[in-house]
Design a protein around this ligand. Sequence first.
Ligand SMILES: NC(=O)C1=CN([C@@H]2O[C@H](COP(=O)(O)OP(=O)(O)OC[C@H]3O[C@@H](n4cnc5c(N)ncnc54)[C@H](OP(=O)(O)O)[C@@H]3O)[C@@H](O)[C@H]2O)C=CC1
Ligand SMILES: CC(=O)[C@@H](O)[C@H](O)COP(=O)(O)O
Ligand SMILES: [Mn+2]
Length: 380
Amino acid sequence: MKKIGLLGATGSIGLQTLNVIKQHPDQFDLVAFSAGKNIKKTQEIIYEFKPKVVSVAKNDDALILKREFPNVQILSGEEGLVEVSVYKETDILVNAVIGSVGLSPTLQAIEAKKTIALANKETLVTAGHLVMQAANENNVKLLPVDSEHSAIFQCLQGEKEKNIERLILTASGGSFRDRTREDLQSVTVKDALNHPNWSMGAKITIDSATMMNKGLEVIEAHWLFDMPYDKIDVILHRESIIHSMVEYHDRSIIAQLGTPDMRVPIQYALTYPDRSVLPAAKRLNLTEIGMLHFESMDLDRFRCLRFAYEAGKAGGTLPTVLNAANEAAVAAFLEGEISFLQIEDCIEKAIKRHHVQANPDLQTIQEVDLETRQYVRSLI
Ligand SMILES: NC(=O)C1=CN([C@@H]2O[C@H](COP(=O)(O)OP(=O)(O)OC[C@H]3O[C@@H](n4cnc5c(N)ncnc54)[C@H](OP(=O)(O)O)[C@@H]3O)[C@@H](O)[C@H]2O)C=CC1
Ligand SMILES: CC(=O)[C@@H](O)[C@H](O)COP(=O)(O)O
Ligand SMILES: [Mn+2]
């Protein structure tokens, strides 16, 4: 029985993780979880999974939960998030919070020597060097949950790192893949939230539409697989059936395929190096699909992907700026404060004004993150 801790239980990945746990009551036990503001869902999860420790964002909500569940340890705020991430009974921590708020809990969980199933890509983008260094020093496994990185991880099993030619990430193209830049001037939040293949949380769905999601994933792949940027390619694959590929020196390409269902990579991280049945996932029927399509990426059309390659290659504090500016701009777009194309304008301005600091420590990263968010807010 593996004891699971889960950050972001009320979100898209969080709820799908709970679904996987539910399908294997003999294998997994949810012992600790965190949520943000969704208290109704938090109550339901406590009733169903009977965890020992729970944390929510606001102290007022924690007080309500304490009265309702006197036998559960109820915490709140960023401290509570960290407490859940290092809870002593946990074997694997699934990090499915959104944004760079996931960084401290990840670092603390690594110090506490927890295996981590990582969905929260912003953590690796903003401070990949610190996270990977801590994981190596503490001999902690970081298991990818993001579908592309899980695919690459699966394609690498049994292979030697020295034989890899390049990684090929697939991109669906998001909600606006068939629109011109001119069309993008008038798109709405509702249009942007309509992803063609995946049902996900709001922030990542917007990232997918701007192609920043793929940019963040390039940086995520750089850190997870220790791969230089010129060996990480992105191609547009509108069906999201091939989740990513690895090309080897002998020109063999190994791909991982499946229907778009995040429960598959979530479960693989939880069962790794083993696999389990997943009855709820739909079997892929290639003859029903018939054709798969591939196109090269246009970095003038998808400017956020270009920004991400540039920030990743520059390194230092620039990926932190990229991520923080993106988080602030996407939040403003979702609030109706800026237009879709202004998201990339904000990111471009934040990147251009920044003086890169090499090899930043945690405090510098937190300061740059905060300062960048304030700068983007000043543009709005
Ligand atoms: N959704 C997907 O299919 C995929 C997601 N990912 C990555 O996984 C991560 C999670 O994405 P997704 O599940 O879509 O996101 P959601 O927005 O659906 O869920 C986010 C979760 O984090 C909680 N949360 C938000 N802000 C805070 C905060 N300040 N403090 C504590 N908890 C907070 C939310 O709580 P509440 O709702 O209670 O407020 C919720 O539980 C992201 O990094 C994303 O890029 C990667 C691949 C696929
Ligand atoms: C499911 C998942 O991993 C998402 O990150 C997904 O990749 C989004 O799809 P695109 O960014 O390719 O549109
Ligand atoms: Mn992905």
